[in-house]
Design a protein around this ligand. Structure first.
Ligand code: G1P
Length: 278
């Protein structure tokens, strides 16, 4: 039987960034509420968690993200209609507000009391994973954790022109789809990047990560970067990078949002024939 603090039961979802790559729209509209067909991006993130069998979620919201909270409040109506938009049931959602937008690591630090000493998952509210049914991203990370008992982060091989948009790991490939992380750099210049393996929007942390978050100094863009905390942690603890089975859609920029919307519309029978081009 697993010790209580060894079992992954909680997920932290971040809706805390400025969304500057989506200006001007995101001046008054969170990127997490952008529609993909008839659901906002954040709905797909929560759906992924629920379909992985977890139901305790802490949503960390930044300034101007009230509509994210309002969206999930509306589930009372759904209870009457029995329409949870692709989920069997609604999860238990807790909220905390990031007082100042000081970066991902600062946002994750707000989860410390919620998770205590338990291992926990962090998902970004602007990343939709496209994983096989029954093998959702959260489940995949937990499966690796259950075998390895250490921090696991989702990673992906990137084309050179995307390296500047991601956290990049320095690591050794130790098995198919698995890297031992030795360090990481946030959004490096491709010429100086330690590899072409980028950090995706899904992490499973052991609670020691908070020691490294609390010791951080501001990094890139003068923000507290989770990539820097991972890099420091990897010097003292085992940290693995795992290439998730399936793909993902990063809705942080306009090109990716447009492509994802069209791709989902093409796949959905309800909208057959609606697109002007096939
Ligand atoms: C964040 C992280 C970055 C990671 C990326 C994945 O960047 O800082 O390390 O690779 O998410 O989407 P953002 O996209 O918020 O700028």
């Amino acid at each position: 039987m697993q010790d209580k603090h060894d079992k992954v039961e909680k997920v932290v979802v971040l809706a805390a960034g400025f969304g500057t790559r989506f200006y001007p729209l995101t001046k008054a509209q969170p990127k997490e509420m952008l529609p993909i067909l008839d659901k906002p991006v954040i709905h797909y993130v929560v759906e992924e968690i629920v379909n992985s069998g977890l139901d305790k979620i802490l949503l960390i919201v930044g300034k101007g993200k009230e509509s994210v909270i309002n969206y999930f409040d509306s589930h009372e109506m759904d209870d009457k209609n029995e329409d949870h938009g692709g989920m069997d049931k609604f999860p238990e959602i807790f909220y905390v507000r990031q007082k100042k937008q000081l970066g991902l690591a600062n946002a994750i630090n707000y989860a410390h009391k919620f998770v205590g000493t338990e291992p926990f998952v962090v998902l970004l509210g602007d990343m939709i994973y496209d994983t096989p049914k029954g093998n959702q991203v959260v489940k995949q990370l937990i499966d690796v954790y259950n075998k390895q008992k250490c921090t696991v982060i989702a990673v992906e091989k990137l084309p050179r022109d995307r390296i500047k948009d991601y956290g990049i790991i320095d690591g050794d490939k130790i098995a198919e789809n698995l890297w031992r992380v030795k360090g990481a750099v946030e959004k490096p210049d491709p010429a100086n990047a330690p590899s072409d393996i980028g950090i995706g929007g899904a992490y499973l942390f052991t609670s020691e990560i908070f020691d490294y978050i609390k010791a951080l100094k501001p990094g890139r863009n003068n923000e507290y970067q989770i990539t820097d905390a991972i890099s420091d942690m990897a010097k003292d603890h085992k940290v693995l990078g795992y290439r998730i089975e399936g793909g993902y859609h990063h809705i942080g920029d306009k090109e990716s949002w447009i492509k994802t919307f069209i791709e989902f519309a093409k796949k959905d029978k309800r909208f057959k024939g609606w697109l002007p081009v096939s």
